[in-house]
Design a protein around this ligand. Structure first.
Ligand code: DNO
Length: 346
């Protein structure tokens, strides 16, 4: 496996120089953030990003994410043009040496939380999802602040988009996903980019919007939509793991070969549809991180891995979930487990 860290670009208070000092850290996960969703990423912009990362002594390992335009998810409007642009982006990324791309197929909202800075008993702050709190939120009010969301919609634009989704069922979303995969994976195969869909976070419908990448069964269905190693997964333990019926270690074993990117995050389940994000250490949350890593190790995982969201600790401020300190602790914990598994194997 290759250890990586997410970096949000030149504005990220967590700089590449700091990331390089985390033991065992070699790869960067990032994106170009100022190109409107749906437009193709020019090769020179990608090469400039790669140079910035390499000048800092790191490798541009994964793009998270090349976002999918809503017309593709709703299956109307300009979807063919946006798919064409998506393919151009993949071709350009491949030319720059990128081999893994993460994306998601969540309607309108990406990872959704009730509170981005909930204070835990130890004084740290974490992202939490509380069913009752989310039920009181009005997405059309346009005041949602979410960890990984493109918030560039106007209020009217958002309302119109939410209206459009009223008639879109889960089956429609499956069909539109297949339409996308049939066109994009062909190109991914040609240019050798492993596509890695990120599961829905949380893995259930929110605000009346359908979500489909939510469970083992649905992931099996997803993989069968286009049966190719290039049609693969970002297996995010914290997204899927908030539902007790999702057994992450079992999925790692079942989907070996199709998982290209591993997100390691621990979560503490606090109710049927409620959870808090936790420190990576197994005993801090509901997931057995050693079991999960053992499953990756046993199945010969050789893709990219990254510590996922961290809490805000030691007075750090910055992008919720993406501070330096707790994620660096997470990386070190993962490296410790992995080193142990490697030695025990010999
Ligand atoms: C939030 C992240 C998501 C994720 C995308 C992948 O913190 O988990 O924004 O990067 O869904 O496309």
């Amino acid at each position: 496996m290759e250890m990586t860290f997410r970096w949000y670009g030149a504005d990220d208070p967590v700089t590449l120089d700091k990331i390089r000092q985390i033991p065992g850290m070699t790869g960067i996960v990032t994106a170009i953030y100022d190109i409107p969703v749906g437009e193709a990423w020019p090769l020179d912009r990608i090469l400039a990003l790669k140079k910035t990362v390499e000048d800092a002594g790191l490798k541009l390992s994964v793009i998270e994410s090349v976002p999918v335009h809503e017309d593709i998810k709703t299956g109307d409007g300009d979807r063919d043009r946006y798919i064409e642009n998506y393919c151009t982006t993949l071709r350009n990324l491949a030319q720059a040496g990128v081999d893994t791309v993460c994306y998601n197929f969540m309607p309108v909202f990406d990872g959704t939380r009730a509170d981005l800075a909930h204070e835990l008993p130890d004084g740290s702050n974490a992202l939490i999802y509380d069913e009752a709190q989310v039920a009181r939120m009005d997405p059309a009010a346009g005041d949602l602040s979410l960890p990984g969301w493109d918030s560039s919609y106007t209020k009217d634009g958002l309302r119109a988009l939410l209206d459009k989704y009223r008639t879109i069922t889960e089956e429609d979303l499956w069909n539109n996903l297949k339409y996308f995969l049939d066109r994009v994976i062909r190109v991914a195969e040609e240019v050798k980019i492993k596509m890695a869909i990120h599961p829905d976070d949380p893995p259930w419908g929110i605000f009346g919007l359908p979500r489909i990448i939510t469970s083992k069964e649905n992931i099996e269905r997803f993989l069968a939509l286009y049966d190719s190693p290039y049609n693969g997964l970002t297996l995010c333990s914290g997204s899927l793991g908030v539902t007790r019926t999702n057994d992450i270690a079992d999925m790692v074993r079942a989907f070996a070969g199709r998982i290209h990117f591993a997100h390691i995050r621990n979560v503490k389940i606090t109710g049927p549809h409620s959870f808090e994000e936790a420190a990576h250490l197994s005993s801090c949350g509901s997931l057995d991180i050693v079991e999960i890593l053992k499953a990756y190790h046993d199945t010969g995982f050789d893709g990219y891995i990254r510590p996922d969201h961290g809490r805000m600790i030691w007075g750090e401020t910055g992008r919720p979930g993406y501070g330096l300190y707790d994620r660096a602790l997470g990386a070190t914990y993962i490296n410790g487990i992995w080193e142990t598994l490697e030695k025990l194997d010999k």
